[in-house]
Design a protein around this ligand. Structure first.
Ligand code: SF4
Ligand code: SF4
Length: 232
């Protein structure tokens, strides 16, 4: 049975609120003196108070997904080959890639035989899921640690290739690059290493064959039950 709600009777001190205000101030003063004493001992911003942004910035986890960047290899060549895997994986459909071939005499600027002639990301649509980074076979796109993405115009939120490359250069200069992605092993791709081919299961191509295949164990079961009956 539900208990009846009994209304609490307030004391005189509680009814005038003054004593409650004094109690609240006492608690505030207690925390203030503690933090003040600790900061005198250990130095400013060492006790868990507010971060004085933008002067103080919280350390960011290495797995944080911020603004995108197009990466270069150690020799300064563009890693992107314009395959479009990132655009296909993107659930927000905010990446546009056009594959092209390097112009004559510019082959040394690119790590692959092809390159991205156009590469844009609409940051207004991006949900920072990181699928593009996962899908890239070359480790050419990364989500960096930059999180101050506010702009004055919507056009400025569409990052072109130059901006994405500049993001990489900035992150490199600040030492905020992620470790390079390990290449994904492809099953049966490394023939020299003796990679075994995976045996494919036979697949029924027509309805008749599959019916036959399905009825075989049933027939065996029937035969076994008949011989059992004969024995008894
Ligand atoms: S982080 Fe996700 S939504 Fe943003 S560009 Fe990459 S795949 Fe698209
Ligand atoms: S960033 Fe990676 S997945 Fe996207 S086009 Fe370039 S190489 Fe392909």
């Amino acid at each position: 049975m539900a208990k009846p709600v009994v209304k609490k009777e307030y004391t005189f001190l509680e009814r005038i609120y003054l004593w409650e205000i004094v109690k609240g101030l006492k608690l505030t003063f207690k925390h203030f003196t503690f933090n003040f004493k600790e900061s005198l001992k250990k130095g400013p911003h060492t006790v868990p108070t507010c971060w004085q942004y933008p002067e103080d910035r919280r350390p960011i986890a290495p797995v944080f997904r911020g603004a995108h960047m197009l990466c270069l290899d150690d020799e300064g060549r563009e890693l992107c080959v314009g395959c479009g895997m990132c655009a296909r994986a993107c659930p927000a459909k905010c990446i546009t890639v056009k594959r092209g071939k390097p112009a004559e005499g510019e082959e040394g600027k690119y790590a692959g035989k092809t390159m991205s002639a156009e590469f844009t990301i609409d940051m207004l649509r991006c949900i920072f899921c990181g699928f593009c980074e996962e899908a890239c076979p070359k480790g050419a796109i990364q989500l960096g640690q930059e999180y101050e993405l506010a702009e004055y115009t919507m056009d400025a939120c569409i990052y072109d290739k130059e901006r994405l490359l500049a993001n990489f250069q900035k992150a490199k200069a600040e030492g905020k690059l992620k470790p390079p992605k390990k290449p994904v092993p492809v099953a049966g791709g490394d023939k020299k290493a003796g990679a075994k081919k995976v045996a494919k299961k036979p697949v029924a191509t027509d309805g008749k064959k599959s019916k036959k295949a399905a009825s075989k164990p049933q027939a065996e079961e029937k035969k076994a039950s008949e011989t059992k009956r004969e024995e008894t």
